[in-house]
Design a protein around this ligand. Sequence first.
Ligand code: HEM
Length: 145
Amino acid sequence: METGMLHLHSLLRWVILLLLLLGLIQAFGKKESIKSTSLWLMIAAHTMLLIGIYQWVAGRYGILNGLPENVPSLMKDSFYRFYWVEHPLLMVVAITLITLARGKAKLLNFKNTGWLLLIALIFILVAVPWPFREAGAGRAWFPGM
Ligand code: HEM
């Protein structure tokens, strides 16, 4: 189950990125179809939040396992600092922005929706463990690769 969750978490990133791009085009193009895009985006983002919390707590590098003996301090270890602090924190902010954007989109407030989605996109791009990320935190482009 754990591998399945990780694969889903990895794959859903692409769904979120595509929906964010689509939502941005719609928001700045003042198209009402952003109402449904923002709903799917919020569902995907909240699913990501739930899987993320599970991994963060009970996953293979989850806090229930504690820090390995060779890692005396969380903030001095770039791998654990990334997965325990930086990645979750930035992603929670991004998911909050996506949720706020959905609220605005429902009211057809396209301009604010666009800015919220743009900032969420930047946070996600910064916080995803891309393959080129340093200190062993980088992961594959697609699950199972
Ligand atoms: C839009 C939100 C998010 C995106 C796009 C995202 C993306 C990713 C990606 C691409 C990976 C690497 C998966 C792989 O190994 O192939 C990952 C791993 C991870 N994410 Fe997220 N994530 C998000 C939200 C969260 C949240 C909110 C949390 C925690 C509360 C979280 C916790 C984790 C943890 C702990 C791992 C490492 C899991 C492991 O290696 O066992 N993520 N995330």
